[in-house]
Design a protein around this ligand. Structure first.
Ligand code: ADP
Length: 372
């Protein structure tokens, strides 16, 4: 097959490509103009150069009222000053993308929640040419989230009373208050009691989660000796670990300073990580807790020699209700709420949480806590 090529002169090329380029550009412009998310393009000082239709639909301000003004001034400025300083620092000085949520106000005075993503567009020298801000109105989504949290809180409160009553009556029966029991009866009651305890734990976890999500979790921070707190857990873990012939090693740095934390919540963090390490490790393995100071933070690591977590699942592991596929096979019992709660507690306490893991080699869950 042969084709004849005409010599490509500049004008020739321009004639052939420009209608196409123009058509493409029109397509992009139309797409941006009619997108359902609010899209704003600003100059390097944040002055609005372009706003698509959704901006007026969401904020209520027509283009004539916002062109040439600073982005966000008309519909934003409802949150603490530091929030906007941080945003500006990120995009302008560090030239990084920003992702966050804002409480904004429409022209008619109605408040709304916007999920915002702002990106700097840089020239070849790395200088900011424009900022592109995309916002989505998530008011209804957040309202549904709030209602779900409220429902969980209500349901858990209602479930706690009958579960506590059952616990009380079971203890009476097991103590022989109503007469002697046969071995079979005692064993059965112990099983019922263990199931009841699991339900109480789950309900308490749900309550803590609903408190965190609604911002009602009260952190009762007091100066705490972490060494004492961690070593005190050994006794509680013993029955679980003995059942799997596992060993617990505690390696705490000398002279650890006291930290101002909520001991009940942080204890819950260690217990969650340790019971997970027991659950997701084979018989006769060792679990090690390291605690040391680094750069003004107390770092704790719970390391196991267990099943590990596949790389594809690692990013989801702290999500609510998430359980790794291999874990579900190895350990049917579980809610997928523990790590979500642990991470929320750590972040509410001013720390961060991270994970290192290799399938078949074990996992290390670490968190930092500020020494205040
Ligand atoms: P649960 O243990 O009730 O499933 P968690 O939120 O505590 O819920 O843990 C979520 C998931 O993370 C678990 O289902 C499991 O897949 C994984 N996981 C947690 N800890 C470990 C660990 N030490 N080793 C391997 N996988 C773990």
């Amino acid at each position: 097959m042969s084709t004849t090529h005409k010599p490509q002169t500049k004008t020739n090329r321009a004639k052939r490509s420009s209608p196409l380029v123009q058509e493409d550009m029109q397509k992009y412009q139309l797409a941006v103009e009619h997108a359902s998310d609010h899209i704003v393009i600003t100059d390097p000082d944040g002055i609005i150069l372009y706003a698509n239709r959704a901006v007026e639909k969401i904020t209520g301000f027509p283009p004539s009222e916002i062109m040439g003004t600073k982005a966000g001034v008309k519909w934003g400025k409802r949150m603490k000053h530091e929030v906007y300083t941080h945003l500006w620092n990120e995009i302008k000085h560090h030239r990084r993308h920003f992702h966050g949520e804002f409480q904004n106000v429409r022209k008619n005075g109605e408040m709304y929640t916007a999920e915002a993503k702002i990106a700097p567009v840089l020239d070849a020298q790395g200088e900011v040419l424009y900022f592109v801000g995309i916002e989505r109105d998530v008011t209804q989504l957040r309202e549904v989230d709030r209602m779900k949290t409220e429902f969980i809180s209500l349901a858990s409160h209602q479930l706690r009373t009958p579960l506590s009553a059952m616990k009380w009556f079971l203890e009476m029966l097991l103590d022989g208050d109503l007469g002697d029991l046969s071995t079979e009866q005692t064993n059965m009651l112990r099983n019922i009691n263990a199931s009841n305890e699991r339900m109480i734990d789950l309900v308490n976890t749900l309550l803590d989660i609903s408190r965190i999500e609604s911002g009602r979790l009260v952190i009762d921070a007091v100066p705490t000796d972490i060494t004492e707190l961690v070593t005190g857990l050994r006794h509680e873990l013993e029955p679980l670990m003995q059942a799997k012939n596992q060993t617990l090693t505690i390696a705490i740095a000398d002279n650890l300073p006291q930290v101002t934390i909520d001991p009940r919540l942080i204890r819950q963090v260690y217990m969650n990580l340790l019971t997970n390490a027991v659950k997701y490790s084979a018989y006769s393995t060792t679990i090690t807790v390291y605690v040391f100071v680094k750069e003004g933070m107390i770092i704790s690591t719970v390391q196991d020699q267990g099943y590990g977590i596949d790389v594809s699942e690692r990013e989801h592991i702290f999500e609510k209700f998430y359980r790794a596929k291999s874990a579900v096979k190895a350990e049917a019992e579980g809610s997928g709420l523990g790590l979500y709660l642990v991470k929320s507690i750590i972040e509410t306490s001013g720390g961060t949480m991270w994970l290192e893991s290799e399938p078949g080699q074990g996992s290390s869950f670490s968190f930092s806590l500020p020494i205040r």
